[in-house]
Design a protein around this ligand. Structure first.
Ligand SMILES: [Zn+2]
Length: 343
């Protein structure tokens, strides 16, 4: 009985289907030349005043799922690994709120690809619609895992009912629509490696790193593991240098879940990775996706979500309510999670 349960949990973590080839690099390379996969600095820019992608996709039939079982419910911050295993998971958020289109950090993704570094991208449902081609490229890449970062980056602590479920389900729709579009492309058709792209996302990250019991329950009931982090690069702060990002990363312990941004909200992230990753590799660290990390150990689960200490993301509850004479002075970068420079 216990074995069955463990297998069921692993299936959630790995979105496992029948055994199949997992190397889809040939599929990726058939669909996109190296020039099309790589990007420009221009793509990192954030464009304000664009409402083209604001409307979420209408309800649709989604891939069936089971609610997350009791022992995996809550906010997963890191993974306890057997002694000697030096694995860490790099994660990057791609947040996007209504009325703007955020960027795509090509330097970061290109660096990961060039060096064969695995990563997990927590993507907004809206971001996947405004970056459909990039979404399909990330999905097709055997190095990368796609995960849910809410529909339009709302604070889920402040939502209930339909508004809450839309924020959780919207990205699942965007993902499944993009996966189907990828599967229909002539370059993919009949390649069994396509089946290694999970039919649904199984991981979720709360915007602003903020949750409460109701939203945590809603995410877990939707068959999504809540993946927060135990180590922040601090990259949403413009003053955060590449060296400071690298210094933060170099403090990672085995089993760490590291957060950065790959949507133009991160400053110096790619440069920081380029300093830290070779040093971490030299120390014996290996980079895996969050699902692979979970499959290797036991998640360390908190009853609530936070950045560095419980309660520190509750401040976002009042953040967007305008307060005269204060609102003008709030720096824009503080609208993102994990703002505290790592010390
Ligand atoms: Zn975010």
């Amino acid at each position: 009985m216990r074995v069955v349960r463990v297998l069921a949990i692993l299936a959630i973590a790995l979105h496992a289907g029948p055994a199949q080839a997992t190397d889809r690099s040939q599929l990726r390379d058939r669909c996109w030349s190296p020039a099309l996969l790589s990007g420009t600095l221009e793509e990192k820019k954030i464009t304000k005043g664009v409402r083209t992608f604001d409307a979420p996709l209408p309800a649709m039939t989604l891939t069936p799922f089971a609610p997350v079982p009791k022992e995996w419910r809550g906010a997963i911050r890191r993974v306890k690994l057997p002694p000697g295993k030096k694995l860490v998971a790099l994660t990057f958020d791609m947040c996007e709120t209504p009325g703007q289109v955020t960027g795509y950090d090509a330097a970061l993704v290109d660096y990961l690809r060039a060096n064969g570094i695995k990563a997990t991208f927590f993507s907004g449902g809206k971001w996947m619609r405004s970056h459909a081609e990039r979404t399909q490229q990330l999905m097709a890449d055997p190095l990368f895992e796609m995960a849910n970062h809410a529909e339009a980056h709302r604070n889920l602590r402040l939502l209930s009912g339909n508004a809450l479920s839309e924020e959780i389900e919207g990205p699942q729709r965007s993902y499944e629509v993009q996966r189907a579009a990828l599967g229909a492309r002539a370059c993919v058709k009949d390649d069994p490696a396509f089946l290694s792209i999970p039919p649904r996302m199984g991981l979720f990250r709360f915007p602003f790193g903020a949750c409460n019991q109701a939203s945590l329950d809603a995410v877990n009931d939707a068959g999504l593991l809540a993946i927060q982090w135990d180590l922040s690069t601090g990259d949403p702060v413009p003053a955060q240098s590449a060296q400071a990002i690298a210094d933060a990363m170099l403090r990672a312990k085995p089993g760490a879940i590291i957060i950065g941004h790959s949507n133009g909200r991160g400053f110096n992230t790619a440069e920081g990775l380029a300093i830290a990753i070779p040093q971490m590799k030299a120390k014996g660290y290996e980079f895996v996706t969050v699902s692979e990390l979970l499959a290797q150990g036991t998640p360390e689960i908190s009853a609530t979500c936070y950045d560095t200490r419980p309660g520190d993301t509750d401040k976002y509850d009042t953040f967007f309510k305008p307060r005269p004479a204060q609102v003008e002075h709030k720096p824009a970068e503080k609208t993102d999670e994990s703002i505290a420079p790592a010390r």
